[in-house]
Ligand binder design. Structure first.
Ligand code: NDP
Ligand code: OXD
Length: 312
């Protein structure tokens, strides 16, 4: 019987560690690295990240498209995506740990008034500031999925007045829930530190815009770790200009790398980070990937299949 074949299609990502990790966990699986495809009919599974559009329809026996990243919008927007093949999201414990650390770091930075302390240091001024208690600090997370729920739980555990906004009602212990379009305004109106951990879909594109940012209490902070296209860049600059927002941390951008002449680079109230909030970790993610492949090889369905209609 022919061995099943996985094709690694992640341009820009080093394949060596992944291939080693997959082979050591599932030696019966043949692993090929694009563009060394061999017979296209041999390919059963594709493991992808930012794949060339149109490529995936070249494999007539493809049974699963497994994403290296949590966000699957770049797969789903391929106009030539094979229509019936399941697209599987990456749910990696290592990714969740990284996102949890990053969001906590930046929430604490704003909560503890570090931007003001950094400014006072530059001015050689000794100005002791008292931060509010965590329970007096409303933090809001857009998206309480695999990543957002973990961050919300951590923040709630530290005593922050934590809320999350979701599509459907969702219970996360200790976290207030707002949902649907009607829940958005009340969620924003209470949120002093806003974290975006939404997937990029037709409903969430441009969601951080003049109108939504204006609902936040004056002087709020934004942490965007979802996708660059959630944010209307000019609206953020304008909100900072008029003091509606006091600062922003941006890990994701409409164009990556962020163009050298983009005004975000030198803005004193913007922290630019090069899409590193959370990185898929080979050691943990290879376990997840292989478990999912084993499930499928033994006739069970994949876990974490994206809903193409919803876009996540
Ligand atoms: P999930 O699919 O597990 O969770 C998505 C969450 O967003 C769910 O709570 C969902 O609501 C909510 N949501 C989706 N659409 C809407 C909507 N229209 N209105 C309100 N809520 C909505 O995703 P993950 O937590 O795994 O990942 C989230 C995103 O984080 C990824 O798609 C990616 O863009 C980004 N990411 C960024 C990284 C980085 O390094 N910067 C790394 C990894 C991911 P419901 O619960 O009702 O379904
Ligand atoms: C992801 C990412 O989606 O790295 O995993 O952004």
């Amino acid at each position: 019987m022919k061995a099943s074949t996985l094709l690694f299609v992640c341009p820009g990502v080093s394949s060596e560690g992944w291939v080693r990790a997959i082979r050591s966990r599932l030696p019966e699986l043949e692993v090929r690295v694009w563009p060394e495809v061999g017979h296209t009919a041999d390919v059963d599974y594709a493991f992808v990240w930012k794949h060339p559009a149109g490529l995936l329809r070249s494999f007539p026996n493809l049974k699963g498209i497994l994403s290296l990243g949590a966000g699957v919008e770049s797969i789903l927007r391929d106009p030539e995506l094979p229509p019936k093949v399941p697209v599987v999201r990456m749910v990696d414990p290592g990714l969740a740990v990284g996102m949890n650390e990053f969001v906590l770091m930046r929430v604490l930075h704003y909560h503890r008034r570090m931007p003001e302390h950094e400014r006072f240091q530059k001015e050689h001024r000794w100005v002791p500031l008292t931060p509010p208690l965590p329970e007096q600090r409303p933090v809001g997370i857009m998206g309480l999925g695999e990543l957002g729920a973990r961050c919300a739980t951590t923040l709630a555990g530290l005593g922050f007045d934590t809320a999350g906004w979701t599509r459907r009602p969702k219970t996360v212990p200790g976290v207030k829930n707002f949902h649907g379009p009607e829940g958005l305004k009340p969620f924003l109106r209470r949120t002093e530190i806003l974290v975006c951990l939404l997937p990029l879909t037709s409903e969430t594109a441009d969601i951080l815009n003049r109108s939504t940012l204006s609902e936040l209490p004056r002087g709020a902070f934004l942490i965007n770790v979802g996708r660059g296209a959630h944010l209307v860049d000019a609206d953020l600059l304008e909100a900072l200009e008029r003091g509606q927002l006091a600062g922003a941390t941006l890990d994701v951008f409409r164009e990556e790398p962020l163009p050298l002449d983009h005004s975000f680079w030198d803005h004193p109230a913007i922290c630019v980070v090069p899409h590193v909030a959370a990185i898929t970790q080979i050691e943990t993610a290879a376990d997840t990937l292989v478990e999912n492949l084993r499930r499928h090889l033994s006739g069970r369905g994949f876990l974490h299949v994206a809903d193409r209609r919803l876009g996540y």
